[in-house]
Design a protein around this ligand. Sequence first.
Ligand SMILES: NC(=O)c1ccc[n+]([C@@H]2O[C@H](COP(=O)([O-])OP(=O)(O)OC[C@H]3O[C@@H](n4cnc5c(N)ncnc54)[C@H](O)[C@@H]3O)[C@@H](O)[C@H]2O)c1
Length: 398
Amino acid sequence: MAQRVKLAVVGGRRGGAFGRALEALRERVELTAICDLDDEVLAMWRAHLPDISTFVSYEQMLDRSDCTAVLIATPPALHTKQAVQALETGRHVISEVFAAFTLDECWQLVETVEQTGLVYMMAENYCYGRPMMMVLNMAQQGMFGELTYAEGAYVHDARGMMLTADGEWTWRGRYPQTFNGNGYPTHSLGPVAQWLGVNRPGGDRLLTTATWMSQARSAPLYFRDRFGAEHPAASDDSWKMGDSATTIIQTEKGALIVLRFDAMSARPHNMVHYVLQGTQASYISGRRHHEREDHLLWIEGRSPGSSPRGDAEWESLWDYSDEYEHPYWRELGAVAEQAGHGGGDFFVLKDFLDAIETGIRPPIDVYDAVTWSSIVPLSAQSVARNGAPVEIPNFKRD
Ligand SMILES: NC(=O)c1ccc[n+]([C@@H]2O[C@H](COP(=O)([O-])OP(=O)(O)OC[C@H]3O[C@@H](n4cnc5c(N)ncnc54)[C@H](O)[C@@H]3O)[C@@H](O)[C@H]2O)c1
């Protein structure tokens, strides 16, 4: 049996959610160390895995642990710094979303990965959902024709996750008070960028982007209702981030991408919202947690009716699964689904281990990670300039 990858985790909450995926891949990966600032989190891990080494200091974990790879699952503002530290001590890195907060961090990450030659992958698990991968498979086989338009949305009321039980701000509560822009773009952009072949040979490139924000209303109302008008977060001035962001991206080939981000508005969690439009086919996702909606597909020449004639009829995406199910889901779907987050956590880890073991480029490499993450600082720049378009750097320099 090949040597197992010795994995250390920093950030034990989300890191813990990978438990079932790690278990499913136990013949290839061994969890050896965990680092978290919170003793309760460390105690939880020791109770579950008595042999694991635990650390409060990340630097000490990197010094003393014999890990060969690090899973970073701390709040996003720490990701670049911790990834660079791990790479510089010779560890491969898998980082939670998003990868970087600033453009300087994006470049620092690219340069460190290039200099060290180690594996870096971003754990964007939304790319691995069954419908997302089936649409990817169809797009790669040319079923959509030329791709002209795509949408992605991450709409998740996170107001209940903004304070700890002790009344401290979590990272989700802290950064909307100082940042105004699309603050979580990779869930929405990741699958779409893969459909369009962004950063791939013969594919496409993201060129320019602009973001517009609504006013900031729902967060102050929530804190006023819950804690009273005297609470510091109850005043309108304390929230910089508007409730809803719309980001537009133009690609080199002329496709248009529209992203939505909303972590404030009162509504049921709408985990999945995607659209892909090509010259020959159209896809609209069904929304999860809403069983009356199916994933819909229409393919010119195959689906019923004619679009220009006005009698085209949607079909279920699943009518085409015998033909276009992605090989990942065909072969490993049953195992992946048991491992959490709709299979995403399993496939993310599997691809990371494949990249370490074989030296092949991970499917979400450092260039994808920073291209998708750069929407965070670029959206803030655009908003500060009243929605003006800003250029997206070519991180591959090609
Ligand atoms: N892909 C997904 O589906 C998904 C889902 C949830 C969270 N996430 C991502 O996971 C990351 C963590 O999110 P979360 O909701 O678990 O956050 P959280 O605040 O609940 O947990 C973060 C943990 O990191 C620890 N931590 C903070 N600073 C540290 C440091 N310097 N050294 C060591 N430990 C430190 C904290 O003690 C805490 O236990 C974020 O990047 C988030 O975007 C992704």
